[in-house]
Design a protein around this ligand. Structure first.
Ligand code: PMP
Ligand code: GLN
Length: 381
């Protein structure tokens, strides 16, 4: 048995969703919406199944989807991408991440990662033989500084794995922070693998900017997107990878022996969905922003210290200013049992020196779900 896997705990999302089922709790843990997703996109998938889009599609993805993605990202992010040479479809962002890390890392290469980190990152980096160099981010701003980056970047840095908008913190890094990171990538000739799955889920009128668009980054960046997040249908494992041709050639070699393809019916539906009018995306953002505000206001009224969230499905509370003296994990275990509300302890996103006072809630829920959770949390803070 490989000790790396033998030693891994079950992912916190699976654990908390299991506890939510056991205790019949309101599940604000694992990030998935109450809403079933846009009907027309679901119908497009159903039609594609019935019409016979069910055999192996091309390895790089349906041409229709790659063309739709090129148009979508030109329109929304100003990127010029060649659908034949710079776009690949994968089975979710998770496959894209695995493939990118397997293809780019050679054993012994150093990889810069930010904590809190999405839980798939570290095992993937380690399995690829990479040596993690962790930057510890802290509430309330979760900001990067040159002092922090100085400690981890060196000539040995092969790549940085960067998540923006960031899960679990809800931070959307601004231009100055991204420029800082881009400067280090250029200075140390490092690749950037950018997990931008939450790119459409940004609030307060923010415009999402991909790291790939910054000067010097186009040739060294692998951008990763997820249809599951773009359309709020998290079980749809359709990922998109964008990279310059010299990188894509190698990334496609990883993809060909990980999954080779992705269900063509879902690809056809995603191709349709990416062409939906702006209105769909702005309405989705506005709806999620309302839900964020509903949960944030409710938690504040209950006396919790709510941290800022500018994107993703998530907001967090910081327990440290409260009289709550237990750590985030104990807090969440108690919460799901006694209050019947599931949440995620943010310490699960740290490999070492964890911040142990922050708890993440998913607000991509109907008003009634949010209100029920709030009622059950009353009197706790
Ligand atoms: N990266 C981040 C930051 C995520 O939050 C998620 C899913 N929640 C993923 C990757 C995985 O995306 P997918 O479901 O498309 O594999
Ligand atoms: N991305 C989702 C979250 O952060 C969960 C993904 C998963 O369950 N692996 O809650």
């Amino acid at each position: 048995l490989n000790p790396l896997y033998a030693g891994l705990p079950t992912t916190i999302f699976e654990v908390m969703s299991g506890l939510a089922r056991t205790h019949a709790a309101v599940n604000l843990g694992q990030g998935f919406p109450d809403d079933p997703g846009p009907l027309d996109v679901r119908e497009a998938a159903a039609r594609a199944v019935v019409d016979g889009w069910n055999q192996y599609p091309p390895m790089m993805g349906l041409p229709e989807l790659r063309q739709a993605a090129a148009a979508h990202y030109r329109h929304w992010q100003g990127l010029e991408l060649d659908p034949d040479a710079e776009i690949m479809v994968t089975s979710g962002a998770t496959e894209a991440l695995a493939g990118a890390l397997l293809a780019l890392i050679e054993p012994g290469d150093e990889v810069v990662l930010f904590q809190p980190l999405y839980d798939a990152y570290l095992p993937l980096v380690q399995r690829a033989g990479g040596i993690p160099r962790l930057v510890r981010l802290e509430p309330p701003s979760w900001g990067m500084t040159s002092e922090k980056l100085d400690q981890v970047f060196s000539e040995r840095t092969k790549l940085v794995l960067f998540n923006n908008p960031q899960n679990p913190t809800g931070v959307v890094y601004d231009r100055a922070q991204m420029q800082l990171l881009a400067d280090y990538c250029v200075r140390f000739n490092a690749y950037a693998v950018c997990d931008e799955v939450w790119e459409h889920v940004v609030f307060d009128g923010l415009t999402f900017e991909p790291l790939m668009a910054l000067p010097g980054m186009r040739e060294r960046t692998v951008k990763i997107s997820s249809a599951g997040k773009i359309f709020g249908m998290t079980g749809w494992k359709v990922g998109l990878v964008f990279a310059a041709p010299h990188l894509m050639k190698v990334l496609s070699k990883a993809h060909q022996f990980l999954t080779f393809t992705t269900p063509p019916n879902l690809q056809a539906a995603v191709a349709y969905g990416l062409g939906k009018p702006d209105d769909y995306f702005t309405t989705m953002r506005a709806g999620l922003q309302r839900s964020r505000d509903r949960l944030a206001t409710g938690l504040k009224e209950l006396g919790f210290d709510v941290l800022s969230s500018r994107g993703t499905y998530f907001l967090s509370i910081d327990l440290s200013p409260q009289s709550v003296s237990i750590d985030d994990e104990a807090f969440c275990l108690d919460l799901v049992k006694t209050r019947k509300v599931a949440a995620i302890p943010v310490s699960a996103f740290y490999a070492q020196d964890a911040v142990k006072s922050v708890v993440r809630f998913c607000f991509a829920k109907h008003d009634a779900t949010i209100d029920r959770a709030l009622e059950q949390l009353a009197g706790l803070a």
